[in-house]
Write a protein that binds this ligand. Structure first.
Ligand code: CA
Length: 243
């Protein structure tokens, strides 16, 4: 039974979430502030599978909580509940380490679908780690991505990756040299099939470029393909890159 930790200070919403998730077969714990959530997630954590994190909270807000968890190497999947789905909130959420977001107010069915998607992908990752004794590392152009540890090494720095960042990188790497559409990325990486705003993808790409490009404004590995999406090149030619 998957265990979900909910951080939500609006009592009605928290009660509704708990009721519906429990009806859906989840074990649910609710806290109304971020500090309590951080304490519950202290290692050795009691093993929550997913964190549903409100942004507007008394004390530390959701951005700070997500940031602290990621900086201390805790990579529980985070579904962030943003106030209005404003692009700046969404971007801040992803920058802090959220794996997915849902603007309030939301349809419960959509929330449940997002939770399923996050847990399914996390499960795949765990299973693929368990079944591959060889380290799952991709090296390119003096950088390396460790998909087991969710770490990127570039320019002497080691950066933690969120699950979504790692999954997106893996997808792009698997389709190296090919243009992949935003729609395909949403379907294959996020498991989202309904009509969805694809800006979240662009936010991820902006962030990944900051990680892997010497000059994010002139990317050489993560190229924009106009009108389609993106293309990954492990070993770009020295000159003459398009876009
Ligand atoms: Ca709130």
């Amino acid at each position: 039974m998957p265990r979900v930790l909910i951080v939500e200070d609006e009592q009605h919403l928290a009660d509704g979430l708990r009721f519906n998730l429990e009806a859906d077969g989840y074990e649910v714990e609710v806290v109304d502030n971020g500090e309590a959530a951080l304490r519950l997630l202290e290692p050795p954590a009691p093993g929550y599978d997913l964190l549903i994190l409100d942004v507007m909270l008394p004390g530390k807000d959701g951005f700070e909580i997500a940031g602290e968890l990621r900086q201390s190497g805790r990579f529980i999947p985070i579904l962030m509940l943003t106030a209005r789905g404003r692009p700046e909130d969404v971007l801040r959420g992803f920058a802090a380490g959220a794996d997915d977001y849902l603007p309030k107010p939301f349809e419960l069915a959509i929330l449940i679908a997002r939770i399923h998607g996050l847990l399914r992908r996390h499960d795949w990752l765990r299973r693929s780690q368990a079944s591959s004794p060889a380290p799952d590392v991709f090296e390119f152009s003096g950088k390396s991505i460790d998909f087991d540890k969710l770490q990127l090494r570039a320019g002497g720095r080691t950066l933690p990756l969120t699950l979504m960042e790692a999954n997106l990188l893996r997808y792009l790497i698997r389709h190296e040299n090919k243009a992949v559409s935003r729609k395909a990325m949403l379907e294959e990486v996020w498991g989202v099939r309904e009509d969805t705003d694809t800006r979240a993808i662009d936010n991820f790409i902006v962030r990944l470029r900051r990680y892997i490009e010497e000059n994010p404004a002139r990317p050489r590995h993560l190229l924009t393909v106009r009108g389609i999406g993106y293309r990954f090149l492990a070993a770009p030619a020295a000159t003459g890159q398009e876009e």
